[in-house]
Structures are given as structure tokens and as C-alpha cells.
Design a protein around this ligand. Structure first.
Ligand SMILES: [Zn+2]
Length: 463
């Protein structure tokens, strides 16, 4: 962590402390003020030190030392059975589970009988788990010099597997669950062509970019809002296994600067144990409706798709938003509700209408596919269909309408009338503020760093 920005921040905190002091009525004596000032500086320094230590600890925290049980079992088994086998590089034969595979097929492929299969499944404690086989799992087999089955490894993911090994007439089993090491990291990106590409160049996985969109989905329309020059800053977890990065973890905090407006979100677990994202004031980022009800990550080249001119535009007022997007792009329910229509007309093509409580209705037109039926309950961000060009549409796009009490409205301009997002209860605000302190400071540092880079770049251009 660079010392400079933190030191600057410490100074600016002290200055802020000072201006707070100067707001105290002049009836207080001067030495009170001086004492108070030093006291507050000391407290803010102490708080900063503690929090700094905390974040330093967190970023190097080892949740669990991943035990390499697989190797241990391999070694013992091999030593017990036949030491000559151990000299071969990999005595295990591994098969990847494909669509349509089952245990019998894979055991046969590996040269083992249904009887072997039966023994493993029936005699081991975790045998039933073996039959829950899904594509991309792997099954590995180990045999002794006579070719008899002595070990099976069932790997469900990088983190989860079950090992089975022969013990006399039966099989024993052990569940192996590895806990990845979490490291906190951060990144910034400036949007050049699209938010998705910016996220990718900042090293984020597709899932993290999706998560980012989910967090800000109630306040930002990721199709129409992002502009060149907008910036994102992220403090997030990375998951490591044996020093190797296996995935991104949760987003801890994020900031999005969109056309001069700043949006920030912080992860927080409330007293009931629910995890959510809140702005710096403790107001939930989860709004009643998404602004853009479709998966923006499918738009990878242009972030500001040209607005389509539907066939009817000239003959009647256009009452929705058109999102040009590739055919097949997932369309989300913009809020919790119930499907009241899932149908087809010549004009709308395949379309869906959702009712949200008493007042609100949303409509989704020209779909390629519908994935929900009439009467079905849906959750916000649930995929209800895919973008298409059915009905009177000039090209693949989603025509989205938002109605309040039967009248077409622009969801972003009637914010005051929409159901309010939940705020944290007053008694939790202090805990929340304490919890987000380090992340907030980190976002600020990232912002300053990017501004500095921008300044330097401008300098180069000027000369
Ligand atoms: Zn339209």
C-alpha cells in the first residue's frame, strides 16, 4: 500500500477535524479548543492505525491452510499396495464427465465393472454422492498391479471432491472441501468504448462485471448511461488456492463516476446476517426496479447503441425505451412481480407483461424466446426471455415499457414516486460506517491516483 496517499488522507482528516472544531461556539476557551483539536487528531490517528492494521491483516489472512488430502491419500494407498506403481508419473486415470454420461458409462470406459461401481457406491459412507454426477466433474481411477480398482476420486470443482479407497472388502471415503485464501485487491478503469471492455482490461472476471451491474442496476442504465471518460473503482476479493488465483470473490466496495455524478456502494452484513450493498449513507442499492432490464455484458463493442426507429414510431407516440442488443441477450424482470401476460401479437411479437404490486406494470416486447408463463411469480433480475425481433421490429431489440397506474412513465424521472429503497436502521449506521471506513478510503485513493494519471496525460499532450 503506497504511503503517500494515506498520509495525505491523514492530514486531510486532521484538517477536517480542525474545521469541525472551529464550528464550536466561541464561548469555549481557546485551550479547550487546542486540547480538543489534539485529542481528535489523536483519536483519528488511533482509529486509522487500527483500521489500517485490520485491512493489512485481512489482505494477508489465511482462512484455512488447504490440506492436500488428495496427495496424502495417494501416497499412503500407493505405498501400501505397490511401490513400483508409485514411480509412474500419474497412476490415476482421469475422465471428464460429459453430457449424457453416467457412472456406469464412465466406469466401463475406465475398464471397471458394474460390480466395482456397486462396491464403491454401496460400501462407502459418501457413496451416494458419487451418483450426483454433472458435466465438467472429473472421475479418476486407480488400480493395483492386478488391475483391480483401489481408488476413485470424484472432483466436483477446484474446491470440492470426494475420495474413495479400498479397505479390504469395502471402500472408505473422505469428503475434501478446500477453503480458498481470500485476498483483498483493488482496480480502476476508465471507459474508452464500453464498460464491459473497461472491466475486462481492469482484470475483472465476467462474473465480477455482472455483479457490478447488479449492484448499480437500480441507479445506472448500463446501456444508455456510460460515457467515454467515465471511471469505475473497485475494492474486491480474489480467491487463491495454493498461491494460484482461481477466481474473483465478492465486491467489497465500488464507485462509478458517470458524467460527473458519483455512485458508491459498499458491501455490508446487517445485524440479521443479510448481505447487501448500501451507499455511503446506508441506503440500500437494491431498488424496486432495474433501470435497464437486460444483460449489458452482451454489448461488448458500443456502449451507446443507436436507438432503433420502430415501424410504428411515425404513426403513434413512442412510449418505451428501445435497447438494441444482439439476438439472444438475456432479458431480466426489472422487479419482483407476477407474469400477467406471456403471449404473441403481430405488433408486439413474443411479449411479456409483469405486474408489480398494485401500481406498477412492466412490458417486454419483440422477444426471441419467452422463458416464463402467465401466472408465474418472478424475482428481480430473473431471466424472463431473450432479445429478438419478433413482431413489428426492424432489428433485434428490446422494447421496454414502464407503467404506473396504467400510465406510461419514465422510470428514472419518477424516482420520488417509486417505492423507497431500505435504509439501515439508525442503530446500525455507526457499525456500518466503521465497517466501510477502510474501503471508503481505498476508493478515494484510487480516485486520486486516476486523477493524477489523467493530469499527467494531459501534461504530455500539451507539450
Ligand atoms: Zn420501441
Amino acid at each position: 500500500m503506497p504511503a503517500g496517499p494515506i498520509f495525505d488522507l491523514l492530514i486531510s482528516r486532521s484538517i477536517r477535524g480542525f474545521s469541525a472544531v472551529s464550528a464550536i461556539p466561541s464561548s469555549l476557551r481557546r485551550w479547550h479548543l487546542i486540547l480538543l483539536f489534539f485529542g481528535m487528531t489523536l483519536i483519528s490517528f488511533a482509529t486509522w492505525m487500527t483500521l489500517n492494521e485490520e485491512i493489512a491483516n485481512t489482505s494477508h489472512l489465511e482462512i484455512t491452510e488447504a490440506p492436500n488430502e488428495i496427495e496424502k491419500i495417494e501416497k499412503t494407498t500407493l505405498n501400501e499396495i505397490d511401490s513400483s506403481v508409485a514411480e509412474k508419473p500419474d497412476p490415476w486415470r482421469t475422465f471428464k464427465v460429459r453430457d449424457g454420461d453416467n457412472l456406469s458409462i464412465i466406469f466401463a470406459k475406465a475398464g471397471f465393472s458394474d460390480r466395482d461401481l456397486y462396491e464403491v457406491v454401496k460400501t462407502s459412507a459418501d457413496g451416494k454422492k458419487l451418483s450426483k454426477l454433472y458435466p465438467n466433474h472429473t472421475l479418476s481411477f486407480l488400480s493395483d498391479v492386478n488391475g483391480d480398482l483401489i481408488g476413485v476420486k470424484h472432483r466436483r470443482s477446484l474446491l470440492e471432491s470426494t475420495n474413495y479407497w479400498r479397505a479390504g472388502d469395502s471402500f472408505k471415503s473422505k469428503e475434501i472441501i478446500l477453503t480458498p485464501q481470500k485476498k483483498i485487491t483493488w482496480t480502476s478503469a476508465r471507459i474508452e468504448s464500453s464498460l464491459f471492455l473497461a472491466g475486462q482490461s481492469a482484470g475483472l472476471t465476467h462474473n465480477s462485471i455482472m455483479e457490478l451491474a447488479n449492484i448499480f442496476g437500480g441507479v445506472i442504465d448500463f446501456f444508455l448511461d456510460p460515457r467515454k471518460g467515465d471511471t469505475i473503482h473497485l475494492v474486491y476479493e480474489q480467491l487463491f488456492l495454493n498461491e494460484e488465483k482461481i477466481d474473483d470473490g465478492d465486491i467489497i466496495a465500488a464507485a462509478f463516476y458517470n458524467r460527473g455524478k458519483e455512485y458508491t456502494a459498499f458491501k455490508y452484513t446487517n445485524s440479521a446476517g443479510d448481505v447487501g450493498y448500501y451507499n455511503a449513507k446506508g441506503v440500500s442499492m437494491r431498488k424496486a426496479f432495474l433501470l435497464a432490464p437486460l444483460d449489458f455484458t452482451r454489448i461488448s463493442s458500443n456502449f451507446n447503441p443507436r436507438r432503433l426507429h420502430p415501424i410504428y414510431k411515425t404513426t403513434r407516440p413512442h412510449r418505451g425505451t428501445d435497447y438494441a442488443a444482439p439476438r439472444g441477450t438475456p432479458v431480466f424482470a426489472s422487479g419482483d412481480g407476477r407474469v400477467i401476460e406471456s403471449s404473441y401479437t403481430k405488433a408486439n411479437g413474443k411479449y411479456i407483461v409483469i405486474r408489480h404490486g398494485e401500481q406498477y406494470v412492466t412490458k417486454y416486447l419483440h422477444l426471441n424466446r419467452r422463458k416464463v408463463r402467465r401466472g408465474q411469480k418472478v424475482k428481480q433480475s430473473q431471466v424472463i426471455g431473450t432479445v429478438g425481433s419478433t413482431g413489428a421490429a426492424t432489428g433485434p431489440h428490446l422494447h421496454y415499457e414502464f407503467l404506473m397506474n396504467g400510465v406510461h412513465r419514465n422510470p428514472r424521472t419518477i424516482h420520488k414516486k417509486l417505492p423507497k429503497a431500505k435504509s439501515l436502521p439508525r442503530q446500525e449506521i455507526q457499525d456500518f460506517q466503521r465497517g466501510i471506513f477502510s474501503a471508503k478510503r481505498q476508493l478515494l485513493t484510487l480516485k486520486e491516483e486516476l486523477l493524477l494519471i489523467a493530469k499527467n496525460e494531459t501534461g504530455t499532450v500539451a507539450h
